[in-house]
Design a protein around this ligand. Structure first.
Ligand SMILES: Cc1cc2nc3c(=O)[nH]c(=O)nc-3n(C[C@H](O)[C@H](O)[C@H](O)COP(=O)(O)OP(=O)(O)OC[C@H]3O[C@@H](n4cnc5c(N)ncnc54)[C@H](O)[C@@H]3O)c2cc1C
Ligand SMILES: NC(=O)c1ccc[n+]([C@@H]2O[C@H](COP(=O)([O-])OP(=O)(O)OC[C@H]3O[C@@H](n4cnc5c(N)ncnc54)[C@H](O)[C@@H]3O)[C@@H](O)[C@H]2O)c1
Length: 459
């Protein structure tokens, strides 16, 4: 370390959702705040994750709607996408949000330090500035919010053959003719359906016995059927054993003996924490065996005055969870004891139609010893779905037979992420399912389906 150390009330290392929100908040409240960000103003979500992918999901949905417009009595000539037009749309959305974030950062009064931070002493980072030179910063309180990056499995030949990640695929230099996606989680599925709609021949290879292992088997099966219908070839229970680039494409050998040739391979096998380059031993912050920062339920690390938030802290990997980590830190940095325990965390996988879930699945509820009552509703039974001619999907509710409380729902259907919030609200309010069953809901909306779903509770 060379030069002076500049001290701040709050030092935020990595400007993800939790860190940037906390930094702005503290700065607006008169604290001296430095936030170090190496390259993405606004963090992963708006640059390379949620926002650009959902911008492209919107493109795929529009393309799909135009292709089936004839079913709704609307005649359009053959709609087209090009990599250039998609890139322009995606970049426009991202740049707009980055500009808003940048202005908010500066307006808050924080010291936005663009560069790469690494710890050099307890509570002190050295920042290699993007503009050249270094600065040494320390915080009375420090928050680590450096996120995750794509995790790449050690498949023989993969590195030599070259591969895409969710980051590089979003550069959209071209729309591949044939693409193999390794990994059937949220990233793999959203890209598979999107690119299948854009015209790519997609094969998705999942090592587990089914897609989406965190979902009930019947729901995962329905998702697989929808993706297959939309043109994705799904291979489960199989891993890629070797990859080789040859003339004519990339050649993949699978553990079931099948071989596939594609133009591109997208690796979507999960995420790895951004911690190895932070030199955490210098500040006494422990990491687990996968490299995630170890925190207690208050998001405190093993080092006094140092906290962690978001993906890097092992929190469930969603932007809205990172935002909730900010709420927790805001209280706890001021001496509170807010906890990450028992959070009710919803999520939506932005397929068409969406898969939205909150609470327990049937499998989880039974494993936890609940005497469950189940309801299932085909989306085709919801009048709004009929008006849109979007009748694919199924809604499922899991009810505690002893208390009539809603344990969880899985909603696979159009705009399911919007209807989900109504159920989440009922769960937070500890309402019995009968309150939602008998609630007067606007007709004809998708959320009205909740009347029908809860009317179908068996037993
Ligand atoms: C393709 C994809 C789609 C997704 N879609 C959704 C979605 O629709 N909805 C949803 O809720 N979640 C989605 N997620 C998950 C979501 O993006 C993450 O959970 C969320 O962005 C995590 O935010 P974070 O606060 O942990 O940090 P991040 O937003 O990852 O920010 C960390 C920041 O730290 C910076 N940084 C790292 N190291 C250093 C260093 N040494 N010095 C300075 N700065 C550093 C990075 O540049 C980065 O800006 C998606 C993820 C992916 C990959
Ligand atoms: N809409 C959303 O909210 C959204 C969208 C995308 C991502 N995310 C978040 O990002 C996180 C990361 O997503 P992800 O899809 O990369 O990870 P993931 O962990 O959700 O899924 C990875 C999948 O890859 C499989 N896999 C692992 N190694 C493999 C191998 N060698 N061969 C074949 N399959 C293999 C796993 O079995 C798993 O099903 C998610 O957990 C989610 O929280 C959220």
């Amino acid at each position: 370390m060379t030069g002076n150390v500049e001290g701040f009330d709050l030092l935020v290392v990595g400007g993800g959702k939790a860190g940037k929100t906390l930094a702005m908040d503290a700065a607006r409240n008169g604290k001296s705040v430095a936030m170090v960000e190496r390259d993405m103003i606004g963090g992963s979500c708006i640059n390379v994750a949620c926002i650009p992918t959902k911008a492209l999901v919107s493109s795929a949905r529009t393309l799909r709607s135009l292709r089936r417009a004839g079913d709704l009595g609307v005649h359009v000539d053959s709609p087209q996408v090009t990599p250039e037009s998609l890139l322009k749309h995606k970049t426009g959305v991202v740049e707009g949000m980055v500009a808003i974030n940048h202005k908010q950062f500066l307006d808050s009064g924080m010291d936005l330090v663009l560069g790469r931070a690494r710890f050099v002493a307890p509570g002190t980072v050295e920042v290699e500035l993007n503009s050249g030179g270094t600065r040494n910063l320390s915080g009375a309180q420090t928050v680590i919010n450096t996120g995750t990056r794509p995790s790449i499995p050690p498949i023989p030949g993969l590195a030599e053959a070259g591969y895409l990640t969710s980051n590089s695929l979003l550069d959209l230099k071209r729309i591949p003719q044939r693409m193999v996606i390794i990994g059937g989680g949220a990233v793999g599925l959203e890209f598979a359906q999107m690119f299948a709609t854009f015209g790519t021949e997609v094969t998705l290879v999942e090592a587990g016995s089914r897609l989406l292992p965190r979902e009930d088997e019947d729901i995962a099966q329905s998702v697989a059927e929808l993706l297959t219908r939309d043109g994705t070839r799904i291979v489960t229970g199989t891993s890629v054993t070797a990859v080789r680039r040859e003339q004519g494409g990339v050649h993949l050998t699978l553990s079931n003996g099948i071989s596939i040739t594609a133009d591109d391979v997208l690796v979507a096998t999960g995420r790895a924490p951004v911690t190895s380059e932070l030199n955490l031993p210098a500040t006494g912050v422990d990491v687990d065996d996968r490299g995630y920062v170890v925190t207690d339920e208050h998001l405190a690390t093993s080092a006094p005055g140092i906290w962690a938030a978001g993906d890097v802290a092992g929190s469930p990997q969603f932007t809205h969870v990172s935002l909730d980590d900010y709420r927790i830190l805001k209280e706890n940095l001021a001496g509170g004891a807010r906890s990450t325990k028992d959070r009710l965390i919803p999520y939506t996988i932005f397929l068409t139609p969406e898969l939205a879930r909150v609470g327990l699945t049937e499998e989880q509820a039974r494993a936890a010893g609940h005497a469950v009552r189940i309801a299932k509703l085909p989306v085709a039974a919801i009048p709004r779905a009929r008006t849109m001619r979007e009748t694919d999907g199924v809604w499922k509710a899991v009810i505690d037979g002893a208390t009539d409380r809603i344990l969880g729902v899985s909603l696979l259907g159009p705009e399911a992420g919007e209807s989900l919030t109504t159920v989440q609200t009922a769960m937070l309010a500890d309402m019995p399912f009968t309150r939602v069953r008998d609630m007067i809901i606007t007709h004809p909306t998708m959320t009205e389906g909740l009347n029908l779903l809860f009317a179908a509770v068996k037993g």
